[in-house]
Each structure stands twice: as structure tokens, then as C-alpha cells.
Design a protein around this ligand. Structure first.
Ligand SMILES: [Zn+2]
Length: 90
């Protein structure tokens, strides 16, 4: 999964299809990867979910979960969050 995310940003569904992992299991993997990357001077970047109806951007408080609906307009047209591995620059 680390190799996959090093190339380009991927959504949980992309990861699920590429690696044959159940989508619901991916968030646990991401948490684990985030911890292991810390030790290597890298970082798991999260491009937050966005509402396609009103443009509301979800914060990353619930970091790996996929939001169900927009708190502003109550629509469920949500662009899923994407994940990518970034090197930390000094
Ligand atoms: Zn909205």
C-alpha cells in the first residue's frame, strides 16, 4: 500500500481495488501506515473530502473515515478523501 500511495493520491476505493483489500479494512491500514511513516520522515497526506453540492470541505478531525453527508446542505454528494504519502521537507 505504501508503494501505491507514493505514486499518486488514491481513494479508499482505489486502494481496495488495487490491493484486493476490503474498503472497510483500509482505514485501519492507513492508521498503521501513518505511524510507521513517521519513523521514516514521511507523512501520510490526506486530501479532505469535499461536498460536491455546496463546496464544503470536511476537516480531517475524523481522519480516515468517509463522511456520509454534508453538515451544511445535508446532501450526500461527497467527493471521497484521497490519501498520498509525502516526504517531510526540512
Ligand atoms: Zn454541502
Amino acid at each position: 500500500m505504501i508503494e501505491l500511495l507514493g505514486d499518486a493520491a488514491a481513494s479508499a476505493r482505489d486502494i481496495s481495488q488495487a490491493l484486493s483489500i476490503q474498503e472497510k479494512d483500509i482505514y485501519g491500514h492507513l492508521t498503521h501506515i501513518d505511524r510507521s511513516l513517521d519513523a521514516k520522515g514521511k507523512k501520510l497526506a490526506i486530501l479532505p473530502a469535499r461536498c460536491l453540492s455546496c463546496g464544503f470541505v470536511f476537516n480531517t478531525r475524523k481522519r480516515f473515515a468517509r463522511p456520509g453527508r454534508c453538515p451544511v446542505c445535508k446532501q450526500s454528494h461527497i467527493e471521497v478523501p484521497m490519501y498520498r504519502i509525502d516526504k517531510i521537507r526540512c
